[in-house]
Write a protein that binds this ligand. Structure first.
Ligand code: NAD
Length: 344
């Protein structure tokens, strides 16, 4: 979608652009992140801020604006019809998209951020900062960032750790790749959505850190599911087993926070308590393990467990497509069914 010439003039000439923040991608993570960012910016700016949001699904953006308006009737939130319109109206733009093709689409294709930046006056380009929090292919992220920089704007990769719970609570960790100056410039915005803002190195370094972390997480969630299943099949109570693991050397987030067995964590409410809804989708974990395999291949680093985990999550979404959008801890449900079928 191309912005009309008239709309372009209205948006770029707007004196409000410097105090406008744009957010693109209002999914499970983006929606609570945008909510915190808008709420806290509005409070800190004493009402002197404006917001633009954009999602490929217009209904999602409309619902976000309607919910926000109920809570904060005085805050102006505009739905942009394209990423181009978002950046034309906003000096700071945050993107939180599913993966590589979506980032390419939003930044590089017609109606995207990069073509729109080319149409802005040099001063407006120089003051523009793009923060991409998507987990995507490192090389593509670096290409997009290089294209943004070649026009004269700033861009950092800032993928997140902490899940939907952290996004809602504003306690995410941001793993940032860019120059130190860019890190300093992005940090005040990121602080409004997270607790730990970690500088990882040059462009793409935040993504390398994120992909390595999710490699550990993806493998761990499977082995916790296997151990919880094995223990129960040998007669142990799930609560007892979880409390032993969580106070022993097997302790990890996948067991102590995201335990996949309903009832195993009586004082917590992991996704398994809501039929695995609302966490980190299995399809996204499969995607992240694919990203890990690709970068590992490119530098000849061994990934035996990572590749096996990728294969298992691949089997989960192929054999039980309902689990594709459920939390990746639903691998437990898949393994339990397979075990029941095996034992008749
Ligand atoms: P999601 O699929 O719930 O949300 C993505 C949103 O982007 C959707 O609303 C979709 O409509 C929108 N979108 C897609 N293409 C678009 C386009 N071209 N233009 C505008 N909007 C577009 O995904 P999510 O769970 O919010 O995850 C987002 C990113 O964060 C992923 O890269 C994921 O790997 C990463 N992540 C997710 C979690 C988690 O727990 N869900 C945790 C850490 C990191």
């Amino acid at each position: 979608m191309r912005p009309t010439q008239r709309l372009l003039q209205v948006l770029t000439a707007s004196p409000q652009r410097p105090r406008t923040i744009g957010f693109i991608g209002l999914g499970r993570m983006g929606s609570p992140m945008a909510h915190n960012l808008l709420e806290r910016t509005f409070i800190e700016s004493v009402g002197n801020a404006r917001f633009v949001v954009c999602d490929a699904r217009t209904a999602t953006a409309d619902a976000f604006v309607a919910d926000f308006a109920t809570e904060f009737p005085r805050v102006e939130v505009i739905v942009a019809s394209s990423p181009a319109d978002t950046v034309l109206a906003s000096e700071t733009v945050i993107t939180m998209l599913p993966s590589t093709p979506h980032v390419r689409n939003v930044y590089s294709e017609a109606g995207g951020i990069i073509p729109a930046l080319r149409s802005l006056p040099p001063d407006a380009v120089r003051s523009t900062m793009c923060i991409d929090s998507t987990t995507l292919d490192v090389d593509v992220a670096r290409e997009v960032s290089a294209a943004v920089h070649s026009i004269g704007a700033t861009m950092v990769d800032a993928p997140v750790s902490g899940g939907v719970t952290g996004a809602k609570a504003g306690t995410l960790s941001f793993l940032v790749g860019g120059t130190k100056v860019e890190f300093g410039r992005a940090s005040p915005t990121l602080t409004l959505m997270g607790k730990n803002i970690i500088y990882c190195g040059g462009s793409g370094a935040g993504l390398v850190a994120k992909i390595c972390n999710n490699l550990v997480l993806g493998v761990q969630q499977i082995v916790v599911a296997e151990a919880m299943l094995l223990g129960q099949r040998l007669g142990l109570d799930a609560k007892v087993l979880a409390s032993v693991i969580n106070s022993s050397t097997g302790a990890c987030w996948s067991s102590s926070v995201n335990n996949p067995v309903p009832g195993a964590l009586p004082d917590k409410s992991p996704p398994c308590e809501q039929d695995y809804e609302g966490g980190f989708a299995t399809r996204l974990m499969l995607k992240d393990l694919g990203l890990a395999s690709d970068v590992a291949d490119s530098v000849g680093s061994p990934l035996a467990l990572g590749e096996l985990a990728e294969q298992i999550y691949g089997d989960v979404v192929r054999e039980d497509p309902e689990l594709m959008d459920k939390d990746f801890s639903s691998v437990y449900r898949y393994l339990r069914l397979a075990a029941n079928q095996r034992s008749g």
